[in-house]
Write a protein that binds this ligand. Structure first.
Ligand code: CA
Length: 226
């Protein structure tokens, strides 16, 4: 039984990272900590999904993490970085950024650029247009060049090119494989930018259905409420 649970743990750690179906597997993902899940604070809800904004709490107002560390901070609380699959969700997050004049915030948006598993997927080509996905939910994003209310990419950036532009990589640095909201950094309003994942930022967590289900399943008799 223990082996089985460990195997489920292992699989669950990765499910949320995949653009459906079946691309593997960024490493070093954290599993939920039941006590943190039970104590997690929810600032607002959309449908059944709860959201946490780091800049709204004294304890996390000055917490700036790189993309992976931010994911893991959320995941330990049965959440993940926010996935923005609907115009309503995009609007909600932007309102909170605007209201508090937050400079920048990570989302779970990620470019599938981790090796052959990504490059062999025809549906993810070319990556700069079709290779982006929400790692919190595993859903593919719309093509980056589609103009619709489901996309919030900026029309500009450091090179005065539409996002994603992979600017840092073009300038000899790291690839810009992670998606952040920047608040009017290029006089472009509150918009999506591809950014190198090692930068540190504020972030938004969103409840993870999978991680909550998992935490409930292994803590049935603990008295903890998720
Ligand atoms: Ca960029």
């Amino acid at each position: 039984m223990k082996t089985y649970v460990a195997l489920i743990n292992f699989l669950l750690a990765f499910i949320a990272t995949l653009p459906n179906p079946g691309v593997s597997v960024p490493k070093n993902l954290s599993l939920p900590k039941p006590e943190l899940c039970a104590a997690r604070k929810i600032h607002t809800k959309l449908g059944t999904s709860g959201y946490y904004f780091t800049w709204l709490e004294k304890d996390t107002r000055n917490l700036f993490l790189n993309w992976l560390d931010a994911r893991n901070w959320c995941r330990e609380r049965c959440m993940d970085l926010v996935s923005l699959e609907t115009p309503q969700e995009i609007q909600l997050i932007k309102e909170y950024i605007q209201l508090h004049n937050t400079k920048y915030s990570w989302t779970s948006g990620r470019l599938c650029d981790f090796g052959e598993k990504c490059s062999s997927r025809k549906d993810l080509q070319p990556p700069e247009i079709n290779g982006w996905f929400w790692s919190g939910s595993g859903l593919k994003m719309r093509p980056t060049n589609e103009h619709s209310t489901y996309n919030d990419w900026s029309h500009t950036g450091g090179l005065k090119l539409p996002q994603p532009d992979n600017r840092e990589k073009k300038e000899g640095g790291h690839p810009e494989s992670c998606l952040a909201y920047l608040n009017n950094y290029y006089k472009d309003g509150i918009k999506w930018h591809d950014v190198a994942c090692h930068h540190i930022k504020s972030f938004v967590c969103e409840d993870s259905v999978e991680l909550l289900k998992y935490a409930r399943s292994i803590n049935r008799n603990s008295g903890l409420q998720f």
